[in-house]
Design a protein around this ligand. Structure first.
Ligand code: DC
Length: 222
């Protein structure tokens, strides 16, 4: 397998891309970047500042001026935005509910994509998101698109969130996912869509290990 490869993994909410990407990076001893965390960090800072999330210019300016640092720690990466550690806020419900709107803003995307391209330029990285194969790393060594029905994904998220937001029902989570899928795939700026040359894997019947193995096999066969 060639050294310094770049691996792009895209897919909708709860398609398994973050878990798969992290494991793959671990197996290959590559760096890992979850780009969704960067959109979430901007959302946290915007909510903290009580910005009007409909004000696209203000959100774009905020992102342009915001230093985002990813700091490795023994318990996983910490995300520092505007010099504040926002890691523990990234998965809160108000962030879940507003991040798709923030991620649909052109100026926010331009600023974050620029940083992601810089991070990717050194190679040896697994990057996950929605537009990695299409926009951030169009020349990635391999592009993967993970998919599963919204019901399968809601079920997974329900199990995952039981400790974090214990009071959310399956129906509420399903509705949140339907709303977020709609915004992510219908937005004007680079909507969620597989790259033409992506390996598309439906994760419904596959374990995480099976998905990781399929990607490694595909890399080896090229
Ligand atoms: O993967 P996630 O749920 O953490 O992503 C949060 C939001 O950010 C989601 O609405 C999609 C958006 N996103 C994006 O538009 N482009 C990316 N590369 C990563 C995430």
């Amino acid at each position: 397998m060639e050294n310094g490869s770049t691996i792009a993994i895209d897919g909708p909410v709860a398609s398994g891309k973050t878990t798969v990407g992290r494991k793959l990076a671990h197996r290959l001893e590559y760096r890992f970047l979850d780009t969704g965390g960067m959109y979430r960090a901007v959302t946290v800072v915007a909510l903290n500042k009580k910005l009007d999330l409909g004000d696209q210019d203000a959100l774009s300016r905020l992102t342009e001026e915001m230093p985002i640092e990813i700091v490795a720690s023994p318990d996983g990466d910490r995300l520092i935005a505007n010099n504040i550690d926002v890691t523990d806020r990234l998965r809160d419900r108000d962030v879940d509910q507003n991040v798709s709107q923030v991620a649909a803003v052109r100026g926010v995307r331009t600023a974050l994509v620029r940083q992601q391209k810089n991070i990717g330029a050194r190679g040896s990285i697994v990057m996950v998101g929605r537009d990695i194969g299409t926009v951030v790393l169009p020349d990635a060594s391999i592009k993967v698109y993970l998919d599963a029905s919204v019901e399968v994904r809601a079920n997974r998220r329900h199990l995952e969130l039981q400790s974090a937001h214990g009071t959310l029902s399956y129906q509420e989570i399903l509705q949140d996912l339907v709303n977020r899928d709609k915004i992510d795939s219908e937005r004007d700026v680079t909507p969620l869509t597989p790259a033409d040359d992506a390996l598309i894997l439906n994760t419904k019947e596959l374990t995480i290990e099976q998905v990781v193995d399929s990607i490694l096999n595909e890399m080896e066969s090229r």
